[in-house]
Design a protein around this ligand. Structure first.
Ligand SMILES: [Zn+2]
Ligand SMILES: [Zn+2]
Length: 552
């Protein structure tokens, strides 16, 4: 009503009624007649009628009218913590914002701070509230739930009456975003299994949604759905295969038009290998079972996929020179202590002033410090790099003589993110064509569950990287995972190398490499095609060759 400028007395009477109802512990409006409702102090006839209608019919014309005038996106904006109707009205009617998505964009570009009555602080708190909302909308980043899922399995394993347990569904396929965690449990006594699951305080059952064959509920501490399927021992492998593979994986026609689904319906298997063998394939890793390219990969012999241990160094990292938490020395010593052969430091470039981007003097200072540290830490080596902003016109952020002083350059877009596909693609293309670009950083700028990437023509970008011998980053930060794994396979086909980069802003950030490896594997990434799986000597030569390219 406030949003639609209704009579202020009317608004106040509703507020009074709500307060009364919320305060009165013994007042139960349910089942009361209109006359009885009017007995409650603060509730007049018209509001009594509304309450009665809402309770008995589920709606009331006055509410319906208001809703029909309000975009659904605005209703979501109204739910954002800290935004009252007055502010929402300004956002909607003066700034043309009608969804939480548009609101986030306007905040990120700084427009909201400039609006009357808002300011930087409010803008920041809106961003935080929206991020929180996104992370609580039932969708979760794989990395954010991994610990809870594994912990739950540990707990369930100790329960009585249960046999084997397997993770199935999207989580088993290592999808970057998970909405439902699915488990498969072997049991000969389902009711005992359910009774025992009741004792697990980490999960809550939704009894209505459950059946004797399927336990439904959620994780107690998270708004994350959990489904547990029960099966008997002899069906375990078949059920596991059926519940991990995506539909197109299960229905992929192999020789004689058999599919995994069709053979599973005819016979019970004792191992996954045995089932794939009937189709004429080697075992296919769970994360590949998307019905995307895995059967092609398998029929070519199933080349071993990248593993974390294959990585010999860590590229794309920040230090206190720009917006990192730890010093160059700390970043280097920690990297060395983890057993890596080299570290690529790439702080932000000068235009990224919000992130402490390095002016030319600071670049030189850092490079001198790297020389000193390299003497001390040898044979471990720090490579001199920079994460150069790709400016709006596609050029890099320093004059050529400065660019030439780096061993490698990660070129990334950080500003002016709202571009159409044509402009975004052209901007990236110019940076790829720049002979100083070694790696294209987070190619779409997306933040999973928070911000869509700018729209780019992936094919054109990947083809250009192939032509100009530029590697593409798989930014391993769980929020990014950009290049998307769905494009990794195409990049590999074009002969483009991928670099699994944590974009670490602190020493702990190195641990994110694991998520980059997971999505790389989903795209079929092998050690041979991974830039930072090269050993020190190989990557030294690679960087040298790249630098020769820029001298031509
Ligand atoms: Zn970046
Ligand atoms: Zn970075």
């Amino acid at each position: 009503m406030e949003l639609h400028d209704e009579n202020s007395f009317k608004i106040r009477s509703y507020q009074t009624a709500v307060n009364t109802l919320e305060r009165g512990e013994d007042i139960n409006v349910l089942g009361k007649s209109i006359a009885e409702l009017q007995q409650i102090s603060g509730i007049g006839k018209s509001i009594a009628e509304v309450i009665f209608a809402l309770e008995n019919e589920g709606n009331h014309t006055s509410l319906d009218e208001l809703l029909s005038k309000t975009p659904t996106g605005i209703l979501e904006v109204l739910e954002v913590k800290g935004l009252g109707p007055k502010k929402v009205k300004i956002l909607w009617q003066e700034m043309g914002i009608s969804s939480t998505h548009e609101l986030l964009e306007a905040c990120q570009s700084g427009q909201v701070a400039k609006a009357k009555g808002f300011g930087e602080k409010t803008q920041e708190s809106i961003i935080q509230a929206l991020e929180f909302k996104a992370s609580n909308s039932g969708k979760w980043l794989y990395a954010d739930i991994e610990d809870q899922v594994l912990e739950l399995i540990n707990i369930i394993q100790k329960l009585e009456g249960l046999g084997q347990i397997a993770i199935v569904g999207a989580f088993a396929r290592r999808m970057e975003i998970v909405e439902v965690v699915e488990l498969l449990i072997e049991t000969e006594d389902r009711s005992l299994a359910i009774q025992n699951l009741d004792k697990v305080k980490e999960i809550v059952q939704d009894r209505k949604g459950s059946s004797p064959y399927k336990w439904r509920g959620k994780f107690e501490s998270l708004d994350l759905q959990l489904v547990i399927h029960f099966t008997q021992k002899e069906d375990f492998i078949n059920e596991k295969l059926l519940r991990i593979g995506s539909k197109s994986h299960l229905l992929y026609p192999s020789k004689e038009n058999q599919t995994l689904a069709s053979i599973l319906s005819k016979e019970k298997y004792e191992s996954e290998e045995a089932a794939y063998q009937v189709l004429g394939f080697p075992w296919i890793p769970e994360e590949l079972r998307e019905g995307f390219f895995e059967f092609e990969w398998a029929s070519e012999g199933g080349e071993r996929l990248l593993e974390e241990d294959d990585l010999k160094g860590i590229l794309h990292n920040h230090s206190t020179y720009s917006d990192g938490k730890h010093t160059l020395r700390q970043m280097a010593e920690h990297c060395k202590s983890l057993g890596y052969e080299y570290l690529g430091i790439s702080d932000h470039s000068r235009t990224a002033s919000y992130a402490g981007g390095l002016d030319i003097e600071k670049v030189q200072k850092q490079q001198r410090e790297i020389d000193e540290l390299n003497k001390e830490l040898a044979p471990f080596k720090i490579f001199k790099g920079i994460e150069s902003d790709i400016l709006t016109d596609g050029s890099l952020d320093y004059p050529d003589d400065v660019l030439a002083s780096f061993d490698f350059i990660v070129s990334s877009i950080h500003s002016a993110l709202s571009m159409d596909r044509k402009r975004a693609t052209a901007r990236l293309l110019k940076a790829i064509e720049n002979p100083y670009t070694t790696i294209l950083g987070h190619p779409t700028g997306r933040l999973l569950l928070r911000r869509e990437g700018y729209p780019v023509d992936h094919k054109v970008i990947i083809d250009a990287c192939a032509t100009h011998n530029v590697a593409i980053e798989i930014n391993a930060n769980p929020w990014r995972l950009d290049l998307d794994w769905r494009w990794v396979h195409y990049a590999l086909q074009q002969g483009v190398k991928l670099s699994v980069n944590p974009d670490a802003h602190a020493m702990e950030g190195y641990a994110d490499m694991r998520y980059g490896v997971l999505v790389g594997r989903k795209g079929g990434l092998t050690a041979a095609m991974t830039l930072n799986a090269m050993n020190l000597q190989e990557i030294e030569q690679y960087f040298e060759k790249q630098k020769a390219k820029s001298k031509k």
